[in-house]
Design a protein around this ligand. Structure first.
Ligand code: FAD
Ligand code: MLT
Ligand code: ZN
Length: 474
């Protein structure tokens, strides 16, 4: 049966596009964090929508689950197969073409396996902006950012991926193709089908191409790193930055002391721009077309200082200085990975409640596991913190033992404050069992109904997003 499927896949998409050697498959079966390692029946690498459709149809007929994969930078174990070796990984890595940039419609048509950075560059070459911006942008793909509804550091101004997609082409779980690759800004003809696939984490179909929105380029950037005494200072500053930013405020990110220390330890090329140590830092950026952004940033910082909200500030005086300041923020994931065991939490609460969340949860976690390192940072302007925990120095096992308790404490605090346990990374395998406990019965019924309607046989990304008992395929 298995060998029949492999022969049919080879016949449909080519001998060299079906990998079965464990060495060739290694990079596709372990996730970026190193926490999830699976095993695959095969890794298939189609080069067109027709080949994706053929591969999915053959897997569906054989009763084999399909795990779509883009750049494999996801942080919740959603893009790697289960350990039992029964699933096929479908990598979009060969579908990486920007097909068209339309300066009249202000749109770009792209294949799903194209890296995000390539799309940013294509937009820039046309004098436009594609604003989604993530630390992983050199590797993550358009299909992956659509499937996870990715966020990043410019959501404050431009929204998440959901707001940047106009059309999609999707291979459905039975191998049929839904061609919704339209550049229309207005289309009120019933349910907005594309939105179902955005954020569905590969559980409803394989995105093979997208039409994306382009925005006016913002070549002039004014960037500063500010030192703060509390998370409350960061949330209090937000309306002030908005007021003075005049619509050009793009980024407002938070960095806690432990996060900065990890970056300075593991990325030695980077330097602390301040002579004194501080507990909290904010990275602010305004982007536009003229020096207006510099003037606005200066006015905002002066206003903040006069209200006692700033301890210190460093304004980037050149593109290289801007890069260094941004690298302090973008380097945290990489630096924390080098530090040993990490328990990632990607939480959101209403912005006003962020200071209370940090003040109340931290001490309870430290009481449960003395020596735990709270690596707190993230998209404070969106009310989204990466509340990532690092093990007490030299004791990874302690973090692994305490993980369920610490996770429950965090999720309960988030729930009490009216937040969500996943702001931007998704559910995947990491949070699939816990997530159901934080949804209402009505929400779970609706989610199940959508899955059942589009993928009744459970072909797409089995055992992700929904608790294990929900999956009907291996
Ligand atoms: P993968 O990891 O390959 O897959 C992710 C999920 O999407 C899986 O469930 C997979 O099955 C599904 N999928 C992939 N491609 C398709 C497709 N074509 N069709 C259907 N389903 C598909 N995320 C943020 O939101 N904001 C951040 O700021 C951010 N920063 C990051 C920084 C670093 C250093 C790293 C390593 C990750 C970061 N991430 C961030 C997480 C990650 O980059 C995003 O989730 C990204 O969208 C994943 O894209 P990918 O192509 O790597 O997808
Ligand atoms: C980021 O914003 O840097 C990532 O989404 C956070 C993470 O790696 O946990
Ligand atoms: Zn993030």
């Amino acid at each position: 049966m298995t060998s029949d499927l492999l022969s049919e896949l080879r016949a449909a998409i080519g001998e060299g596009a079906v990998l079965t050697d464990p060495t060739d498959m290694a990079a596709y079966v372990t996730d970026w964090t190193g926490s999830f390692t699976g095993s695959a029946l095969a890794v298939v690498r189609p080069a067109s929508t027709a080949e994706v459709a053929a591969a999915v149809r053959l897997c569906a007929e054989a009763g084999v689950g399909v795990v779509p994969q883009g750049g494999n930078t996801g942080l919740v174990g959603g893009g790697v197969p289960d350990p039992d070796g029964s699933q096929v990984v479908l990598s979009l890595g060969r579908m990486r073409r920007v097909r068209e940039v339309d300066p009249v419609a202000d749109t770009l048509v792209v294949e799903a396996g194209t890296p995000l950075a390539t799309v940013q560059e294509a937009a820039a070459a046309a004098g436009r902006l594609f604003p989604l911006s993530l630390g992983s942008e050199g590797s993550c793909t358009i299909g992956g950012t659509i499937a996870t509804n990715a966020g990043g550091t410019a959501v404050l101004r431009y929204g998440m991926m959901r707001e940047l997609v106009l059309g999609l082409k999707v291979v459905l779980p039975d191998g049929r193709v839904w061609d919704g690759l339209r550049p229309l800004r207005k289309d009120n003809t019933g349910y907005d089908l594309k939105q179902l696939f955005i954020g569905s984490e590969g559980t409803l179909g394989v995105v093979t191409a997208a039409v994306l929105r382009l925005l006016p380029a913002t070549p002039r950037r004014a960037t500063a790193l500010v030192a703060l005494d509390s998370v409350e200072a960061a949330t209090t500053l937000l309306p002030l930055l908005r007021k003075h930013g005049g619509g050009q405020l793009t980024t407002w990110e938070l960095l806690g002391r432990q996060a900065v220390d990890l970056v300075l330890t593991h990325l030695p090329a980077l330097r602390d721009p301040f002579s004194q140590r501080h507990e909290w830092y904010g990275l602010v950026e305004l982007a536009g077309t003229s020096t207006d952004v510099d003037e606005r940033l200066e006015t905002a910082l002066e206003a903040a200082a006069s209200q006692g909200l700033l301890l210190d500030a460093v304004v980037a005086g050149s593109p290289a200085q801007r890069e260094s300041l941004c690298a302090l923020r973008e380097g945290v994931s990489e630096a924390q990975k080098s530090e040993g065991a990490t328990l990632k939490h990607d939480i959101t609460v209403p912005i006003r409640a962020l200071p209370r969340f940090v003040a109340e949860v931290g001490p309870t976690l430290l009481a449960a596991l003395p020596g735990l390192r709270l690596v707190t940072y993230g998209h404070v302007g969106d009310g989204n913190l990466h509340y990532n925990l690092s093990a007490p120095v030299g004791d990874d096992a302690a973090l692994r033992r305490a993980a369920p308790t610490l996770t429950r404490m965090i999720y309960e605090a988030v729930t009490v404050l009216g937040g969500s346990i996943s702001a931007e990374h998704g559910i995947g395998a990491l949070k699939r069992d816990a997530a159901a406990a934080y949804k209402t019965g009505v929400e779970i019924d609706l989610l199940r109904a959508v899955k059942q309607a589009i993928d009744p046989d459970g072909v797409m990304n089995p055992r992700k997003l929904f608790p294990v008992r929900e999956a009907s395929r291996s």
